[in-house]
Write a protein that binds this ligand. Structure first.
Ligand SMILES: [Zn+2]
Length: 250
């Protein structure tokens, strides 16, 4: 894809240095889908966004994912090897960015009728400044609930009973399964089993960070050896850059 150049990726990395994870995710999507307006990308549900980021990860670094974690019980290091497809949820919302607006969902539970939509990056960003998880959850709910009625009368989000809120949360999770990918892990040393969330935003940003550092070191070496400018070195294909680096290091 033409927009996924070394120059653009380094720009995203640089701009995202002190940005929130939501902003980082969005700026990655912007270069992966330059035809989509910013608003359309911010309105994608979190799961749809994460599905697109998984595809981006595959384009940038391939389908294989290797990572290391530690057993929470005995601290044994555990190597994880899986593929992008292993964490891509079957039946999750479609991949295309922006072509279909997020559908409104509705449910009736007890005497309450609620219309709502799935949380998006825009919603997450709006609650980023909240103090504490409870306030953030409440604000997120208020942002995503389009309308609520109790026995036909309009009802404030704050007046919804906990049981109704829990059902809404469950429906959101079921409708957007890519938003919360859990990996089941088992420790070979102590046989402890646990679940861990695979956070594609955190993971991909970590990879981008490592790639950016390697790339800048390469730029430094080639600039020093040949006197070429940064833009010219970045415009080369990775293969050509690697070829010159091997000559320099002989
Ligand atoms: Zn263990």
């Amino acid at each position: 894809m033409d927009s996924l150049t070394a120059h653009n990726l380094l720009h995203v990395w640089e701009q995202g240095h002190s940005a929130s994870p939501v902003r980082r995710a969005l700026s990655l999507l912007v270069i992966a889908h330059p035809d989509q307006p910013w608003d359309a990308l911010t309105q994608l549900s979190v799961g749809r966004r994460d599905g697109l980021l998984l595809s981006l990860r595959e384009q940038l670094f391939g389908p294989h994912i290797a990572s290391v974690t530690h057993c929470p019980q005995c601290q044994e290091p555990l190597e994880l090897n899986f593929t992008v497809d292993d964490v891509r949820v079957q039946g999750a919302l479609g991949e295309a960015a922006g072509d279909t607006p997020e559908a409104e969902l509705a449910l009736t539970v007890n005497d309450y009728a609620v219309q709502f939509r799935l949380p998006s990056s825009g919603d997450l960003e709006a609650v980023a400044g909240c103090f504490g998880e409870n306030e953030a959850q409440q604000r997120l709910l208020e942002g995503c609930i389009v309308a609520a009625q109790h026995r036909g009368e309009a009802c404030a989000v704050a007046d919804l009973p906990e049981a109704v809120v829990a059902v809404i949360g469950d429906r959101m999770a079921t409708a957007d399964p890519q938003a919360d990918v859990q990996i089941v892990l088992s420790c070979p040393a102590c046989h402890h089993e646990w679940q861990s969330r695979f956070d594609i935003v955190h993971f991909l940003w970590g990879e981008l960070h490592a790639w950016a550092q390697r790339t800048l070191v390469d730029v430094h070496r080639l600039a020093l050896a040949y006197g070429w400018g940064e833009a010219d070195i970045l415009a080369m294909s990775p293969q050509r850059r690697q070829f010159y680096l091997e000559i320099v290091q002989r």
